[in-house]
Write a protein that binds this ligand. Sequence first.
Ligand code: FEO
Ligand code: CA
Ligand code: CA
Length: 525
Amino acid sequence: MKELQSDRRAFIKFFGRAGVAAASMSIIPGCIPGAKDTESSLPKLPFEPIAPTDVDDLVLADGFNYHIIAKVGDQINATEMFGDQNDYTAFKALDDNPNDGLLWVNHESTTPSLISNYDGKSSKTKEQVELEMDSVGGSINRIRKNKSGQWELVKNDPLNRRLHARTPIPFEWDAPIYGKTEAVGTLANCAGGLTPWGTILTCEENYHDYFGERNYQTGEKLQEGFFQWEKHFDHPPEHYGWVVEVNLETGEAKKLIGLGRCAHEAAAVHQEENGICVVYTGDDKADECIYKFIGSEPNSLTKGKLYVADTDNGKWVSLDITEQPILQENFSDQTEVLVRMRDAAKLVGGTPQNRPEDVEIDPITGNIFMTLTNNVPKGDYHGSILKIAERDNNKLSLEFTAETFMAGGQDTGFSSPDNIVFDKQGNLWFCCDVSGASMNKGQYDKFKNNGLHYVPMSGPNAGKAFQVASGPLFCEMTGPSFSPDYSTLFICVQHPGGHWPHGGDSIARSAVIGIQGKALDALMG
Ligand code: FEO
Ligand code: CA
Ligand code: CA
């Protein structure tokens, strides 16, 4: 990732952004349909964007194809199965072979009717809860390209491994967290990120669904979990809501307390020349905040300073208790500040956002892009993508400018952006996440099923969204990431609600797929 960033920066330095646009676009054949009044001025794309659709299928633009790599319930070894509700993906080549490696997949949530045969009415048994606990977290899967160029799960590979809600995971911190030095399990694993040293970050988002949340004024539970797990396992909410670092070769994991606790959606890591890392994260809850962590030791995310974004004034505000009297008045120590990061952020003036989702660093400009999916109570139905430019493009700076890069809506043809990824050419891909309850209704009717969009970042179409894929009914497409040679876009179909992929009367299953094809090859140049 770092290599790509520096290569592209060198390129832009030589050619300038317009030069990059011309060089990139000149190799792309084909044309864009519609937009007749400006057709002659449009650069050529190698695919015709699809129209939104509400069919119960995965629909791709011509020039793309897909194959299923693994779906919930597939055995990855003798005792463990591929988990449910797939989200973030990250591929790590083994022995520098781009066609053979480990695919990490997040398993964000569980489908009780499928996983534990829960009838939705009675009290869950301990065995049912254990089945559900084993279906979340993440999985490490050896995958390899077959002779036809498609990826296959290598079942029973010794590196295949599950991390789930019963896996012991230590806290990377020098003080206990709610009395313990390790948590039982990881859960609510939504999106994630990569570290410069080849591990992955998996982010615990809606942790309150599992072991609830505490009211810190009374010490009592503020809310119970949604899944009834607390009936059989009394784990404290404070043990979840962290960014978790995982070594894919060993399965070793640790919860990075220094990055704070919230409904972490994703994490984007930048590394300075001296090895110091900067991490951007967001809290996916309405009116919650954007955060930045600046490490204090090279090649480590353990210790550092945490800041919250004041986007009204373009300032990163310290969450260090030694620098903020108001934090000293309200918290006993820095550990408590980190455990209750949301409360601390509001006390120092963090700006409430419209549900921060995925975050990525533009490999060409170095700007930070964060999706703000929507905030219906505040009248934001379709969300936007926020662009943050650090002062002098210095990630250590405590000043920045923030502006809307793209806004969802009828004019732009998308609603509720969520996961994003930059490709080899520095162009942007994003997935949408209109909730299943709102899909194909009211304000959201015209957008149909959630899908995947491609956004050129330069040329006359810069900042315009072109739809590449539409997911099956009620799903969101999640976790886009590329293979090392950019011949495959790994992406997930999460919580489909119809009958995909088997059709008939079957219960729909979440799956991770590989998208390939001549259109993708042409876009990657
Ligand atoms: Fe799990 Fe905010 O998406
Ligand atoms: Ca998400
Ligand atoms: Ca991403």
